[in-house]
Design a protein around this ligand. Structure first.
Ligand SMILES: Nc1ncnc2c1ncn2[C@@H]1O[C@H](COP(=O)(O)OP(=O)(O)O)[C@@H](O)[C@H]1O
Ligand SMILES: [Mg+2]
Length: 343
């Protein structure tokens, strides 16, 4: 098949050939530096026997349109994470693909928009009876003047970031003063609304899901464990450091492992929440749902990631591997899911 891989790139004006050269270089250097996700995906597609065209999007979507019209792919693999360096604009690429009638992998624009807005996603899920933490959002300039119904501790995060951008120990607040201060920090630092949520004490679990309709599979669950981290809420969240700072992770015994024992009742609730969320949020082909499992076996939705990170060795690919899908098979599975569905 002819598969075009589209992705956002810092390289302005690069042709598919220039990307192919860069891809070969980066893949050859893999031991030292992890290649960009789009190159890993493209290599997997090639190994699966497909013809691949690399279309980098810098600041002009018309270039993508023209190249696609010219090459006429059977499928577009959407490896876009942002547009104009803005993750909130990621939906524009699938929106255009939709307008132009291409079949593409992953989430439709609606799913990207709704899951990007963490308040909106929780409102939709609450309607469907999914357990979500109590929350309140504050637009830029707004702060609470008195204590409301919600109980402390709370966690304050930007409404629409990902990769734990803006999430640190200081995101946990214990009183009205702290809440106001952190909301103002989020407004000033990120220029977007802030979301305050009741803090859910519990284990941190990630479910990669794959499929569509009534054939959606949950891959083996990944757990972020905090084995030497301390017991305060501040110590047990997937902050930016907890995700990305290797020395910090080592010191605190923070690792992503396959989930430790989960009771039967919690597992049933976990599955129910994952399937309900996947469907209600219009997720497609693949996605990752983040939840927390509390000591009383209740499961709480934290966040849905439409089009999660697909690189080799990261949570979703590792979960697929555990399920018997090596990296190439995992990427092929996403292709197959995109081709199989009705729309
Ligand atoms: N309501 C909550 N209760 C407990 N921990 C939370 C809550 N919301 C977020 N967290 C912690 O913060 C982390 C990052 O939050 P999340 O909404 O997933 O942001 P991101 O999109 O950056 O991953 C979560 O993985 C979790 O550890
Ligand atoms: Mg998350």
């Amino acid at each position: 098949m002819r598969v075009a891989v589209v992705f956002d790139t810092p390289y302005e004006g690069w042709t598919p050939d220039q990307h192919a050269v860069q891809m070969a270089k980066d893949l050859a250097n893999w031991k030292k530096v992890e290649p960009d996700m789009e190159y890993q995906v493209a290599q997997a597609l090639q190994k699966n026997g497909h013809d691949v065209l690399l279309i980098g999007i810098h600041d002009d979507l018309r270039d993508m349109s023209a190249r696609l019209a010219d090459w006429k792919p059977d499928l577009v693999f959407n490896a876009t994470e942002a547009f104009l360096d803005n993750i909130a604009l990621d939906y524009l690429v699938p929106a255009l693909l939709e307008a132009e009638g291409y079949r593409y992998t992953g989430a439709p624009p609606l799913a990207l928009l709704v899951t990007r807005n963490k308040a909106m996603a929780k409102k939709v899920l609450a309607y469907h009876g999914v357990n979500v933490p109590a929350f309140k959002s504050y637009r830029v300039g707004e702060t609470p003047s008195e204590e409301g119904e919600m109980r402390f501790p709370m966690i304050v995060k930007p409404l629409g970031t990902d990769a734990s951008e803006g999430i640190a120990q200081a995101s946990i607040v214990h009183d009205l003063g702290g809440l106001r201060e952190r909301i103002t920090f989020v407004h000033e630092r990120f220029g977007q609304p802030a979301l305050a949520e009741e803090y859910i004490e519990g284990r941190e679990l990630y479910a990669t899901m794959i499929g569509n309709g009534d054939k959606v599979e949950i891959l083996p669950i990944v757990e972020m464990v905090f084995d030497a981290a301390g017991d305060r809420p501040e110590d047990r969240i997937a902050s930016k450091s907890a995700k990305w700072d290797m020395a910090y992770r080592k010191r605190r015994g923070i690792r992503n492992v396959f989930a430790r024992r989960i009771s039967k009742v919690a597992m049933e609730r976990f599955h129910t929440i994952c399937y309900a969320s996947y469907r209600a949020l219009w997720l497609r082909d693949y996605a990752r749902i983040d939840v927390r499992l509390a000591a009383d076996d209740s499961i709480w939705f934290i966040e849905a990631n439409a089009n999660p990170f697909l690189s080799y060795g990261h949570d979703s690919a590792e979960a697929a591997h555990k399920q018997g899908l090596n990296y190439n098979a995992f990427i092929q599975r996403i292709v197959d899911e995109a081709l199989k569905r009705d729309a």
